[in-house]
Design a protein around this ligand. Structure first.
Ligand SMILES: [Fe+2]
Length: 387
């Protein structure tokens, strides 16, 4: 539940508080074992149904660098990366996510991961040789929310190509930035990931305390992962950074030139949440990829938590551009540790799409005028009112 009396409303229209004002009604137990010390999101293992087609998208269109590949798997990295990979494309029968992988500080943190998740009764498996090439001793779990999480410390170092400007394309992807997970109960997820050591930077709520989404970090950016309320567990997107906004526009231009503009799902635009410039693409299997740049530093221990009103029409796009319905409804399946798709559980709290778009929803640009707007101006009233 939200207690807005603990928050301060800012001149930009959102609220700030010292700690995330989110309380879980149905929390996952907090283990007595300490959590592993997570450094950052490191890579995602994606199962794709046509490896050659996916390779074209991620290598020829988006320009990721191939570290290594064989008949079934392609290992890709961004230009500033020095670990073996940020994305694994693996040929398989069902498009899905096999692992959300995080790098931890030391080998001892893998022992901590085993103890932490064993105490929670999760499926926990350790592979001293790693589950993928280029990665050493690793722990994979199905976490209490149903997501396949991986932790590793040792990795093969590869050349950081940051200075190889001869390799840069106009839309060059320079870092992996974050994951985004769809889960039915956002407060439950937030509480569990706080136990795992994450700190909330921003969230979206309504005045009744329903939480629609939350952003959580280990590295000092807005997030390493976010939880989006919806039917889950599913993967909403994986995000790569560019240096500049114009790199994102160049990706749009390139997709147009290739007659692949239908891969653009949403954007380009500027987020309210995170303040980042963004673009959402859909890969050949429908996996969603965000291109993202220029969020802000969050590393101080008293970094203010930002809470957005779900009815604020600038929360998802600062310019008020409507969110397309597929962005709310579509997401990728996730796998258990045997490679089977995890069952999807329906969200029971109200959906963000329902409360903001169409006949049952409303949004405002100026909260002070919310009550006085004519009907035609209510809802996602720029273009979304047509949806
Ligand atoms: Fe994102």
């Amino acid at each position: 539940m939200t207690d807005r009396s603990t928050m301060t409303k800012t001149s930009s229209g959102f609220f700030v508080s010292a700690e995330a004002p989110i309380v879980a009604a149905n929390p996952v137990a907090t283990p007595t074992s300490p959590a592993p010390d997570i450094l950052r999101c490191a890579y995602m293992e994606l199962v794709v149904t046509d490896l050659a087609r996916s390779r074209k998208f991620y290598v020829d269109v988006l320009g990721l660098t191939v570290t290594e590949e064989d008949d079934t798997t392609v290992y890709l990295r961004s230009l500033e990366e020095f670990i073996h990979h940020n994305l694994v494309l693996r040929q398989g029968p069902v498009a899905a996510v096999a692992a959300f992988s995080y790098r931890v500080r030391s080998p001892e943190d893998l022992d901590r991961a085993v103890a932490f998740y064993t105490e929670l009764g999760c499926d926990v498996r350790r592979n001293r040789d790693g589950f993928t090439k280029g990665i050493g001793d690793s722990v994979r779990v199905v976490d209490p929310l149903g997501f396949p999480y991986e932790f590793f410390s040792e990795t093969e170092h590869v050349e950081r190509l940051a200075w190889r400007y001869d390799l840069y394309t106009p839309g060059a992807l320079v870092r992996l930035d974050h994951f985004n997970q769809v889960t039915p109960d956002v407060p439950r997820a937030v509480r569990h990931y706080q136990d795992l050591g994450f700190r909330v930077t921003e969230d979206i709520q309504d005045a009744d305390g329903t939480v629609y989404a939350a952003w959580m970090r280990r590295k000092p950016t807005v997030h390493d992962t976010a939880t989006t309320g919806g039917d889950g567990p599913r993967m909403h997107h994986v995000a790569f950074s560019t240096h500049e906004k114009h790199n994102i526009l160049a990706i749009c231009d390139k997709l147009g030139a290739l007659r692949r503009s239908d891969m653009i799902e949403r954007g380009p635009g500027r987020h309210g949440v995170s303040n980042a410039f963004y673009l959402y693409l859909r890969d050949p299997d429908g996996h969603r990829v965000e291109i993202y740049t220029q969020d802000y530093y969050t590393g101080d221990p008293d970094n203010p938590v930002i809470t957005w009103d779900v009815h604020d029409n600038q929360r998802r796009d600062w310019w008020g551009t409507p969110v397309v319905p597929s962005w709310y409804t579509d997401a990728s399946l996730v796998l258990d540790l045997d490679g089977n798709p995890q069952p999807v559980v329906a969200r029971t709290d109200t959906s963000e799409m329902a409360v903001t778009i169409g006949a049952d929803g409303f949004s405002y640009t100026r909260a002070s005028e919310e009550e006085t707007l004519p009907d035609g101006k209510k809802g996602e009233y720029k273009l979304g009112n047509q949806l």
